[in-house]
Write a protein that binds this ligand. Sequence first.
Ligand code: ACO
Length: 445
Amino acid sequence: MAEEGTHGAQAEPWVAAAEDSLTVTDNRTGETYVVPITEGTVKAMDFRQMKTGEGDFGLMTYDPAFTNTAHCRSQICYIDGDQGVLEYRGHPIEQLCDQSTHLEVAYLLLHGELPTKEQLDYWVYVVTHHTFVHENIKRSMEAFRYDAHPMGMLLSTVGALSTFYPAAKNLDDETEHWMAITRLIAKMPTLAAFAYRHNLGLPYVYPDNDLSYAGNFLSMLYNINEPRYQPDPRLERALDVLWILHADHEQNCSTAAVRAVGSSRVDPYSAVAAGVAALYGPLHGGANEAVLRMLERIGSVENIPAFLQGVKERKEKLMGFGHRVYKNYDPRARIIKKHVDEVLEAVGMDNPKLEIAVELEKRALDDEFFTERKLYPNVDFYSGLIYEALSIPTDMFTVMFAIPRTAGWLAQWHEMLEDPETKIARPRQVYTGARERDYVPLDQR
Ligand code: ACO
């Protein structure tokens, strides 16, 4: 039982299970409240009952950028930033990168279980047979300016897909969910490759259904008048691994955008377009480009000590190091690093930036400034080098990220729809503006 002057945020059993609760005294009123703790969290709504009097709205929590607010319960992606652990549906990222493919991982994210052989064959078959886009989609992409940013093209074209598949609005129809999921995963590489070819002034290449998901993408990028483009298996695998690594990363900015926009029950094409828009921003998808620029500026291995000194004096930032969540080696960086050499060998390129990157990492990891602050390489430290080796221009980097992240966005969107706790996302604000001001006619201002 709650003591006198003590309010249980919920009735039994929370008040009785004192060890799973928080006791809060509101010093404005002297009242004490018992707030239940479940799964390491307290409910923000449990604070609303804490009022100074009748007309008081009640206490709210203030958390700009949601740095300490869980906005959903999810079973898709687990991260332990201190230990450097990343798991999809409980499967370690290292095992998936070693043994799986991006499409199998997409299935895992969406369904929660690895597919059987029959399920995987069917999934690969249906995705492969939805890679073509309506000719009017192709024409609408052709209408962009010759130098249109490929991510801007992708963003608007993904939104436009909703007009080609109006039945996707029917969110009560589970079959429509899966049609939209399949179409988006299948068509995203096609749209990305069309945007790439557009910038180069080259004709768009139609999908080749006899190639793998990654192999077909390479064909749509690079095929010049060959009856059948044969992707180098090393490039195909490196790209597929990069896509596994980028498939999901729990409640990041773009995923939170997909969930928030999707919570209005808009169609999934529009919700995913919101994710693409969020990823377009330099604070989200653009760090690998900054790493390449930094390596270019350093120029040679001899300049590394001076550069690191500049970082310590806070004149520079070591791009590709540090992470909001990982306070250990980003497990994705370790995996990418293994593939850089292979890709450079496949394209017959000796990139001097790789030598600088490897030495820079070694020296930084030997330096107290970085170790004390738990600054380790993140996923972007090496991914730009792979894209550069694949002749992918920096403007395309966020597009390359959007292709695999589509699987994660859709898994999270589907989970949100099925969650009985889902309501339209509608945060509160702390109003700090003026009140009750009279309108002043224009000639009197
Ligand atoms: N180079 C030099 N110092 C750094 C770096 C860095 N890359 N990152 C953090 N620090 C320092 C900070 O100056 C701070 O030092 P102080 O305590 O002496 O003031 C300390 O390390 C802690 O850093 P915070 O800024 O508190 O870390 P936060 O978690 O807010 O930032 C972030 C994380 C934004 C990723 C940051 O590490 C950074 O800017 N890194 C470089 C950019 C980058 O690589 N971004 C890609 C992230 S991965 C992704 O988004 C897919």
